[in-house]
Design a protein around this ligand. Sequence first.
Ligand code: DGL
Length: 262
Amino acid sequence: MSSRFIGVFDSGLGGLNSVKEIIRQLPDENIVFFGDTANMPYGDKTREEIISFTKNSISFLSRYDLKAFLIACNTSDSNASKTVKTCFDLPIFGVISPAAKKAVSVSENGKIGILATVSTIASGEYVRRLKELNENIEVFPMACEKLVPLIEEGKFLNDDGSLRKAIDEYLNPLLEKGIDTLILGCTHYDLIEDLILKKAPDLKIVSSSVSAVDDIREYLEKNGEREKSNDPKRIYFVSKDPEHFEKIARNIIEDISIKKSN
Ligand code: DGL
C-alpha cells in the first residue's frame, strides 16, 4: 500500500476549506497542509513576492511524497501557477479554472460577480477564463482588501459589525448590477458564505475551494492513484502563530492539530 500525500497550500485558513472538501470526497487520502501565515495576507503583495512564497511553500511540502498538489489560494493560482508549474515535477492543481467553469454552468442570466483579493482581481485571470468559456458572459469583479484580515482575526465567529460592513461595501455594487451568480474567488470567503446568503438568499454561490477538489478526484481516479488506507494521515503546518491558527481552525476541522514549520 502506498502512503503518498495530497499537498495543499494557502496563505492561511482558506485552504482548510479545500482540505475539508478533500476529506469529504476522498476520505482515505493522506493530506499535508501548509498555511503561510507569516506572509499572510497575500492579497496585497506583488506578483514577484507571491511567486516566491508559492515556490517556498511547495518546496517545504515536497519533503513529503506528494502525488498531487493543490494551490488552494486564488491569489497564488492567478499570479504564480504558470511559473511554479515549470519548476516542480508534480501535478499542480489550481482553484480558478474549476470555479470559472462551475460559475458559467450555473448562471442563468449570464451575470457573474467575483469577490477576490486585490492581487487576484489585478491579475485579470478570472475575467479571462470566464470569457474564454463564454464570451457573452458579463463579469463584475470586486477587489476586497479588508476581508482576509478580518476573517483571519476570527470575525466570522463573532462579528463586531466590521465584517458585515465590509461585506456590504463589496457585495452591494454587484447586487445592483443584477448578478445571479457569485464566485467566492478567495478560499477564505467560504467562511462568510452564510453572511452573504443572509443578505442575498437567491444568489448562486460558487466556492473556489470546493470546486477544485473535483479535478483532483478525477485525476487520481484516472491514474489509479486513489489511496485505500484505513488510517489516513492528516498533517498541518503554518509558518507563524500555530496556537492562534489552531483555535480558529477548529471551527473548520474539529480535531485539527497545527505544527509550526521550520
Ligand atoms: N485564500 C487566499 C486566496 O484564495 C487568500 C489570500 C490572502 O492571503 O490575501 O486568495
